[in-house]
Write a protein that binds this ligand. Structure first.
Ligand SMILES: NC(=O)c1ccc[n+]([C@@H]2O[C@H](COP(=O)([O-])OP(=O)(O)OC[C@H]3O[C@@H](n4cnc5c(N)ncnc54)[C@H](O)[C@@H]3O)[C@@H](O)[C@H]2O)c1
Length: 114
């Protein structure tokens, strides 16, 4: 029996965050298998608790800064949504610099593997 649903697997870094958890739900409903890579530094397992029972949903609690983990997942998945980032809380200059630096590092890490 064929369906109109696309099939494939998606990696969502930062998938336990605000946007990532909603994207996970959307993709699962569209028939995708979803791998979330999140270190839960600012996101929460609660955001994806309703998805945990699904066979096509996988939560990997680890950092995108860990190349071996990113490498394995990127090769396992058809598409990558890179949303992992530290929330820009506060407006202090030092905080901004730290957040910006973290975002660059996570993007470089995920990008170099993809
Ligand atoms: N929410 C918005 O309105 C909005 C608007 C424009 C752009 N964005 C961008 O979209 C992205 C996601 O936004 P959000 O609101 O979902 O943020 P969020 O803070 O809710 O989610 C980010 C997730 O990244 C995870 N994370 C942080 N560092 C990590 C690391 N090293 N390894 C693995 N996971 C890590 C956090 O635990 C968190 O779950 C961000 O890049 C943000 O700047 C958001």
């Amino acid at each position: 029996m064929s369906t109109d649903k696309p099939t494939g697997s998606a990696l969502i870094t930062g998938g336990a965050g605000f946007i990532g958890s909603h994207l996970s739900e959307l993709l699962l409903d569209a028939g995708w298998e979803v791998f979330v890579l999140d270190d839960l530094s600012t996101g929460s397992e609660r955001n994806v608790a309703h998805l945990r029972e699904r066979r096509d949903f996988h939560l990997i609690v680890d950092s995108v800064l860990k190349n071996s983990v990113v490498n394995e997942l990127v090769h396992r998945c058809d598409v990558v949504f890179h949303l992992a980032a530290r929330r820009a809380a506060g407006r202090m200059r030092s905080r901004r610099r730290s957040t910006s630096s973290s975002r660059s590092r996570t993007t470089r890490s995920a990008g170099s593997t993809a």
